[in-house]
Structures are given as structure tokens and as C-alpha cells.
Design a binder for this molecule. Sequence first.
Ligand SMILES: O=c1nc[nH]c2c1ncn2[C@H]1C[C@H](O)[C@@H](COP(=O)(O)OP(=O)(O)OP(=O)(O)O)O1
Ligand SMILES: [Mg+2]
Length: 202
Amino acid sequence: MSKHLVLASGNAGKLREFDQLLAPLGFEVKPQSEFAVDEVEETGLTFVENALLKAREASRVSGAPALADDSGLAVEALQGRPGIYSARFAGEPKDDERNNRHLLEALSDVPEGERHARYWCVLVLLRHAEDPVPLIVQRHWDGEILAHPRGEGGFGYDPLFWVPDQGMSAAELSASEKNRLSHRGRALHALVEALSDTAWSP
Ligand SMILES: O=c1nc[nH]c2c1ncn2[C@H]1C[C@H](O)[C@@H](COP(=O)(O)OP(=O)(O)OP(=O)(O)O)O1
Ligand SMILES: [Mg+2]
């Protein structure tokens, strides 16, 4: 059976990472833009609620199984903000550059050593829009928020996310290194593993 999936995301950085991770595993993935899925309002108060909303809409409109990712950055010195509001931290419309500047301003008085942050990624796979048993996986990735951006790779907050074990920012890692270490890469591997234990057909 072909393992086809709609990716319920409009974020080009996420879509690129999902392609890199899923194509070698034999999944045939298409972005939701190919089915004219509109962006849903992310009205949930948790990553998992928002991921469910996105997956359900993409599956409903496309008629195919859908994978959604709701993710964000929780900064300890900011009591876990921006969290589920990471994409809109600096207001609408969402803009990575403005979000990064906003984060640096919010942490301007916070010294090195107190800038701990955690990326979260929650993945939801729905086999169909009314799937009562969504497959849900969440993983995190710990780092520190830099005082200045470094690197050109990745997307979003990656130029500000220092990965101590690697001695690089997330935007300085190669795509494959980021995928091996990241919240999203690790969540996706766990999801694919869980899938192989579960009946894929509804
Ligand atoms: O690996 C990452 N590297 C850098 N930044 C990241 C990462 N993972 C999440 N993030 C940031 C981007 C965005 O500010 C927020 C996700 O927000 P989130 O609503 O899940 O995604 P989105 O609105 O960009 O696209 P969509 O909802 O269509 O999937 O967290
Ligand atoms: Mg979003």
C-alpha cells in the first residue's frame, strides 16, 4: 500500500525538513497547498490541540491522511513564552526576522547562562478527518538563546538557537545534523516507528 500523506503546514522550512526525512522512508508526501487547504486559525491552548486542528482540516479537504506539526520555542527566562505563540510572537503577519528581533529584545537583560530554551514539536497523524485515534508524538530539543544570530541554514528561530553539544547554532548545522538532533526529526522518527506497529489502514 502506498504511504501517501498530506503535510498540513504552510511553513516552507518545515516542509523541507519533512521531505528530507520522509522521502527516504518511502512516503509520498504532498504539501496542503496542492489541495487548496486554507490556513486554519490556531485557537488551541496547547500544541496538540493546534496540531489536531491543522491535520483535521487538511485531511478533510484533501481526503487523504494528514500529518500536522505544531511547534515552538519555550524560553525559561520568559516563563515558557513564546510557546504556542512562537509564530506570532511579534504580531501578525508572522515574520521570522521580526520574531527573532523581538526575542532578542525580550532577553536583552538576561545574561549568558540564564538563556535556556527548549524547542517543542508535536506531530499529529490522522488517517482520515474523523479518525478517532490520532497518532500523537511530542519531542523537545534543548539549547540556549544567543545574543546575536549565527548561520544561514534552517528557519525560524534557528539562528538564535545555540546547541551546546555541537558548538553551533541550529542554523549552522547541516540539514542532516539538524534532522538527526531536532525536536522535529526525533518526533518524526518516533512517529514512523509507532506507525509500523499500528495498522496504517483506517
Ligand atoms: O525547527 C525549528 N527551527 C526554527 N524555528 C522553529 C522550529 N520549529 C518551530 N519553530 C518556530 C517557527 C514558528 O515561529 C513556530 C512554529 O509555529 P507553527 O504554528 O507550528 O508553524 P507555522 O505557523 O510556521 O506553520 P504551520 O502552522 O502552517 O505548520 O516555531
Ligand atoms: Mg502556524
